[in-house]
Design a protein around this ligand. Structure first.
Ligand SMILES: NC(=O)c1ccc[n+]([C@@H]2O[C@H](COP(=O)([O-])OP(=O)(O)OC[C@H]3O[C@@H](n4cnc5c(N)ncnc54)[C@H](OP(=O)(O)O)[C@@H]3O)[C@@H](O)[C@H]2O)c1
Length: 328
């Protein structure tokens, strides 16, 4: 592993929630990091990166947008590219044109990263996909375990207007097709996290952190009759690093500690913070409580060489960091 340490790793979406933790761990491990961000001068978005230990010596921030030709320069001289950048709208954000707002940027952006990486001679690309590219298939029985072999059904995603999951599914499929067409020219590894929570490093709150914060401020009075798989951002970031460090790593990695109904999530929050206005009622009073998918995270545990962080601890650390950063 020691010979890897001097090499340069490019991280797209470096200023984002997951990207920031990846940059932190890369710097901690002694790598030289090129953080690709849309505006390196925007201190609100990048100051936390500049303040990371080792950043003065080994972090370079470069301007890059997924949809222009800046990626070739961003990836030049790098052995590894970690591609996390993607538009991640909040759940209540109204999408008027899914094709131009989400699908094209996600698919084209991913292909642009891969093409630039290939032309720059990058050996490994680690891409952040999502559980959204795995679990939404109406033909899969609920008792069947969700793991790396599962793909969301594209027609179903269109039918239920799950535009973000559609964008992630199509982008991941395009990435695998591109990598296969290059033969052994480039190694692709994909990380598919569930909903990512945990302490925030950045100053601008991201969509999945807002998912937790909204249950703490009194702004929502009920929770949805839904189940989701959850994972801590520190596990997600470490998995991206392990994915290129471990020569045995291959294919997709499903990162989730467990899948639970929203009721269990708010119960955990209420137990941890009884003084906060956590909702106690479900918005759906007609239907039975939704049942969570069975999940298998064995491949992720093998990659991380540990158990995943417990969701209770993850929630506590999330909320403590919201308080520390003044979000709560
Ligand atoms: N958080 C989750 O629950 C979760 C779960 C599964 C998968 N993921 C995936 O994980 C990745 C990171 O998500 P996150 O939670 O860290 O979100 P985030 O905090 O919103 O970070 C996304 C980053 O992508 C950048 N970006 C967006 N569009 C771009 C473009 N056209 N060109 C260059 N950069 C662009 C954003 O830059 P700006 O700040 O300039 O907009 C931001 O830095 C995404 O691929 C997401 O789909 C996230």
């Amino acid at each position: 592993m020691a010979q890897l340490r001097g090499m340069m790793v490019c991280v797209t979406g470096a200023s984002g929630f997951i990207g920031s933790w990846i940059v932190k761990y890369l710097l901690d491990k002694g790598y030289t990091v090129r953080g690709a961000v849309r505006d390196p001068e925007d201190l609100h978005k990048v100051e936390h990166l500049k303040n990371l230990k080792g950043a003065n010596q080994r972090l370079e921030l470069v301007k890059a947008d997924l949809l222009d030709n800046s990626l070739v320069a961003a990836t030049a001289g790098c052995q590894v590219v970690i591609h996390t950048a993607c538009r991640c709208p909040e759940a209540n954000f109204r999408i008027t044109n899914p094709q131009t707002e989400l699908i094209e940027p996600s698919v084209k952006g991913t292909l642009n990263v891969l093409k630039a990486s290939f032309s720059s001679g990058v050996s490994t690309v680690v891409m952040t996909s999502s559980v959204g590219a795995m679990y939404l298939d109406p033909t899969r029985p609920l008792e069947q375990t969700v793991d790396e072999s599962c793909w969301s059904d594209v027609e179903y995603l269109v039918q239920i207007k799950e535009w973000y999951c559609l964008a992630k599914t199509l982008a991941e499929k395009s990435a695998w097709e591109f990598a296969a067409a290059q033969g052994n020219g480039i190694k692709l590894i994909v990380i598919n996290p569930g909903v990512v929570m945990g302490p925030v490093l950045q100053a601008k709150l991201n969509a999945s952190s807002t998912h937790i914060l909204k249950y703490l401020t009194g702004c929502v009075k009920s929770y949805a009759n839904r189940c989701q798989a959850y994972v801590d951002v520190r596990d997600v970031a470490l998995a991206h690093v392990a994915a290129f460090e471990d020569p045995k790593a291959f294919g997709r990695y499903f990162l989730a500690e467990r899948s639970i109904h929203r009721a269990r999530l708010v119960e955990m929050l209420a137990e941890l913070y009884p003084q906060l206005p956590v909702p106690k009622i479900c918005s759906d009073t007609k239907n039975p409580e939704a049942v969570p998918h069975k999940i298998c995270n064995a491949k992720a545990r093998q990659l991380l060489e540990s158990e995943l962080i417990n969701i209770g601890k993850c929630l506590f650390d999330s909320v403590e960091s919201f308080k520390e950063k003044g979000f709560l």
